[in-house]
Design a protein. Sequence first.
Length: 573
Amino acid sequence: MTVGSFVFMLHSHLPFYRKAGMWPFGEENLYECMSETYVPLLNAISELYEEEGIKAKLTVGITPILAEQLNDEHLKEGFIKYLDSRIEAVSKDLERYPDPKVEHSQHLKYLAKYYFDWFNHIKDSFINKYNKDLIAAFRKYQDLGCIEITTSGATHGFSPLLATDSNLNAQFKVGSDTTKRLFGKKAKGAWLPECAYRQGYEFTGKDGKKKWRPAIEVTLQNNGIEYFFTESHVIEGGNSVGNRRVVGIYGNIEYIPLPQREATGYDTFSAYWLPDAQVAVMGRNDRAGFQVWSAADGYPGDGCYREFHKKDDKSGMNYWRITSPKTDLGDKMLYDPVLAMNQVNSNSDHYTTLIYHLLNDYKKEKGKEGLLMVSFDTELYGHWWFEGIEFIKQVIRKMNNFIPEIERLTAGEYLEKHPPVDTIQIPESSWGQGGHFYVWLNHLTEWMWPIIHACEKRIINIVSKYEKVPENQLLLRALNQLARENLLLQSSDWPFLITTWQAKDYATDRFMEHVERFEKIADMIESENINDEELKKIESIDNCFSVIDYRVYLPIEEGVIPQQEAKLAPLYK
């Protein structure tokens, strides 16, 4: 007898870092996540299955632009060099400790040996266990039924603020095709970039007639995507602030405060159909999610866990623990891996019990079994919360061995076994501040959107002249590279990093670099004077989506998306 279903979703995404700096922003960010999150996650999945016969049943979202980087030979070799540099750095710590002049130096030597072994294990896993091919490893465990892989927009473009359906469609068409090419299977599910959703709306076309722009789920359905995830407040209702949106299909920005929302009467213990297409939505369970990601009350803030922000000034190793949230960096206590693992054991016990009681209480109250879906950025586990991968592993093991009443399923398995009964209209929303679009459209970033919209229209105009693939290979390469640059400049990471001031200058530079490359290629195409050397230089840097077909940008009639699948919702109302 089961009490309900548990879906554990991990959303993996990083912007395109290839040949765009190293540190503090650039390739090293990718290498850190590979070493601390992606390789350890694969190790946990493989150990559960191969050593204990347990299928993790994780839903693992890997954005197409991240998958392209994990599959890139330059970055694979760069990752090995990064690991070698870490091993070399910690080896020097092994030589300088113990030092009688340094307090607790014996413990520092113990930690240096701990990291020396840890980095060597990651390197051995990457080279010998996975043959430097993490994509193949994820594909293997997908095919074994241990995980389900979901897709996303190609470069994590902020869907609701794109001005044309051609560009919206291109993000998900290229994204879906890339996931299928790399993982060998078409993804059923998608992570909406930034959980950003937009309803359908009426607009006035160029001909002066009123038309209907389809909701985002119509684009998803047209690309074979059957479900996506959202935040709890989107399903349950509640007030949001700072609401802003793009109204015009050709990018005329209007700032409109959306109405305050009351409680909807719906909860996240069910999946729902959306009204405009046969696409389902699942909302994150707020209570179960809060227990992990809350800065004040979540598990990762426990004083026993490794401190992310304090590093040794010579080797860069994280030798300290959080101690307490109020402890200054200079007063942090040294890290103790054994103490940290004991705390993981305690936290995973608490979490599995919490999940059981949430599902059991719902079943008792409603008289039916419910869904409990939690979704997190994958990089939280391992990279930010160093012990987080072990937490995931223990939660899966304990649920499997001790709480069989919880039905562990991937998202796709859940929907196949428990298809939605009700339909819900969700509002314009995101995971960002105020629950809307402010983080990506505000006084710091509003200058970007007219540029993005101009590029949207320009690529449609150029591509419309080449519906037939040109025999001129130089022109064909230029058209395809134009498509890549357009996708890359649309990345939601650039406005996000500007708004949060995490990497304001870096993000501004990266955005403008892609815009300049886009405009340079567009100028060459329109002038019929393509410089082969200049094009090769750009291709050598921005080489993602190697089999892209520029015709994905062929113009779509305003408010209409081409019918690429058999069953489609009506496009007009």
